[in-house]
Design a protein around this ligand. Structure first.
Ligand code: HEM
Length: 405
C-alpha cells in the first residue's frame, strides 16, 4: 500500500525482510522505482528507499553525505552494527581496506584458482556420483565459505558450522520474537568465541594467513587491531561472502534451466560465462541493498532528506532501471555492465568481487563439464522466504538427466 503525504512524498510499508516482499520482490522493486525514485518507508522507525540507478550510484559515491557509520543494514544485524570496513567512512575505512585488499586482489585470487578448481571439482564429482542433489546445500553454500575461511587460515571444513550460526541472524533480521533474539545472541557469542580463539592461536604461533596478519601486524599508520576489531572484520568477511555468492550461483542455475538455449550457448562457449555472471548478479541482486545515514539536510531525488535519516540504496531496483539498462529484464551477454551497482560502488565496492567472480566461473565450468546433462526440478525449486539480504534460493533440487550431451 502506498500513499502520498503532504510533502508530496510517496509513503509505503516497504519492508525488504517481509515474506510479502520475498513473494514478489522483483515486481515490487520495479513498481516502486517507477512510482518514486526516493520513497519513504514507515517500517523499522522509518527510512528512505532509493530506487533509481543514478541516485543509488551517487549516494554510494558521496560518502560525505551518505555515511556508513550506522551500518549497512536496516535494521541493524544481530551480529552488531560496527562491522569493519563496512561501517566506516574514509579516512578510517581506507586503513582497514589496505590491510584486507591484498588478500582478495585479482592476483591473489588467481593464485588460489588451481586449489579452488580442485575443491569445486571434488564437490561436483560427488554430485555426479550421487545422481540427485540440492544445489543450495551441496554446492552453492559450500564453496564461498570454504575459500574465505581458507584465506583467513581457519579450517575450511567448518564452513557448515559458521553458515548455520549466521543463517538464523540473516534470515530473521528485524524479528521481535524474544526466543529467536536470544538464540541469535547465542549464535553471535559462539561466532565471537571462535574468532577470538583463532586470533589467540595466531598470536602464539603466526602462520601465512589473514588471521595472523590481523592478530599480529601493525596497521598502516600505527597501532594494532584490537580483539573487538578482529571480530568486526572477520564477521563481515563471513557475512558478506557466503550468502551472496551462493545466491548468485543458484540464480544462475535456475535462470539457465528456464532458458535452455542460453545454457547450451554457455556450455558451447564457456568463455562467455563471466558475462553471464555479471548479468545474473545485475538481474538477481545477491545483495538486495545497502543502508547509509544522511549526514546533512539536503534535497535528493525530489525529497528533502534530514541529517540523521537512514536511507536504503535498493540495488535490486537500481539494477533493473531502464534509464540505465536497455531492456533491463533481459539477460544480454553483450551488455556493458561497467555501471552495474550489483557489487556496490565507490569506496565500499565489494572487497570479494574477484573471489566471487572466480568461484562462480569455476563452479559453472565444472557443472557443465562434470554434469553435462543435469536437470533441475523447477517445480520443487524454492525461493527464500526472506530477500532482505539478497535474492536467495532455499532449495534447487537436481539430478542427472537424460538430456543429450
Ligand atoms: C556475488 C557475490 C557478491 C555480491 C553481489 C556482493 C555485493 C557487495 C556489495 C553490494 C557491497 C557494498 C557494501 C556497501 O556499499 O556498504 C559489498 C561489500 C563487501 N563485500 Fe561483497 N559481494 C559478494 C561477494 C563477496 C565475497 C565472496 C566476499 C568475501 C569475503 C565479499 C566481501 C565484501 C566485503 C568485506 C565488503 C565491504 C567492503 C567495504 O566496506 O569496503 N563479498 N559486497
Amino acid at each position: 500500500m502506498t500513499k502520498t503525504n503532504s510533502d508530496d512524498v510517496l509513503v509505503t510499508h516497504f519492508d525488504h525482510h517481509s515474506r510479502q516482499f520475498a513473494g514478489n520482490a522483483i515486481t515490487t522493486v520495479n513498481e516502486l522505482r517507477e512510482q518514486a525514485p526516493v520513497a519513504r518507508s514507515d517500517a523499522y522507525d522509518g527510512f528512505w528507499v532509493v530506487t533509481r540507478h543514478d541516485l543509488v550510484a551517487e549516494a554510494f559515491r558521496d560518502f560525505e553525505s551518505f555515511s556508513s557509520k550506522n551500518g549497512a543494514s536496516i535494521p541493524a544485524l544481530s551480529f552488531g552494527s560496527t562491522h569493519i570496513p563496512t561501517s566506516m567512512d574514509p579516512p578510517d575505512h581506507q586503513i582497514y581496506r589496505r590491510v584486507l585488499t591484498p588478500w582478495f586482489s585479482q592476483s591473489s585470487i588467481r593464485k588460489l584458482e588451481p586449489w579452488i578448481r580442485e575443491t569445486v571439482a571434488a564437490l561436483v564429482a560427488k554430485l555426479a556420483e550421487r545422481g540427485t542433489w540440492d544445489f543450495v546445500p551441496d554446492l552453492a553454500d559450500i564453496t564461498p565459505g570454504t575459500v574465505t575461511l581458507t584465506i583467513l587460515g581457519m579450517a575450511a571444513d567448518r564452513q557448515g558450522e559458521f553458515l548455520a550460526a549466521m543463517a538464523r541472524g540473516m534470515e530473521n533480521q528485524g524479528t521481535t520474537d524474544e526466543e529467536l533474539l536470544a538464540e541469535m545472541a547465542r549464535d553471535k557469542e559462539w561466532l565471537v568465541a571462535q574468532i577470538l580463539r583463532e586470533a589467540a592461536d595466531r598470536r602464539a604461533a603466526p602462520r601465512d594467513d589473514l588471521m595472523s596478519v590481523l592478530a599480529n601486524d601493525e596497521l598502516p599508520g600505527g597501532g594494532k587491531v584490537t580483539d573487538a576489531q578482529i571480530v568486526d572484520i572477520v564477521m563481515v568477511l563471513l557475512l558478506a561472502g557466503f550468502h551472496t555468492t551462493s545466491g548468485a550461483l543458484t540464480a544462475m542455475l535456475v535462470h539457465l534451466e528456464r532458458h535452455p538455449e542460453l545454457r547450451e550457448r554457455l556450455r558451447a562457449e564457456p568463455e562467455r560465462i563471466p558475462d553471464a555472471i555479471e548479468e545474473i548478479v545485475r538481474l538477481y541482486a545477491p545483495a538486495t541493498g545497502m543502508a547509509r545515514q544522511v549526514t546533512r539536510d539536503r534535497e535528493f531525488g525530489g525529497v528533502q532528506l534530514r541529517e540523521g535519516d537512514m536511507a536504503f540504496m535498493l540495488i535490486m531496483a537500481a539494477s533493473r532501471d531502464p534509464r540505465q539498462f536497455e531492456n533491463p529484464d533481459e539477460l544480454d551477454l553483450d551488455r556493458s555492465n561497467s555501471k552495474s551497482v550489483a557489487f556496490g560502488w565507490g569506496v565500499h565496492r565489494c572487497l570479494g568481487l574477484h573471489l566471487a567472480r572466480t568461484v562462480l566461473r569455476i563452479e559453472m565450468e565444472l557443472v557443465f563439464e562434470l554434469l553435462p546433462d543435469y536437470e533441475i526440478d523447477l517445480e520443487r525449486v524454492r525461493l527464500s522466504h526472506t530477500m532482505g539480504i539478497g535474492y536467495l534460493h532455499e532449495s534447487v533440487p537436481a539430478r542427472l538427466g537424460g538430456r543429450a550431451s
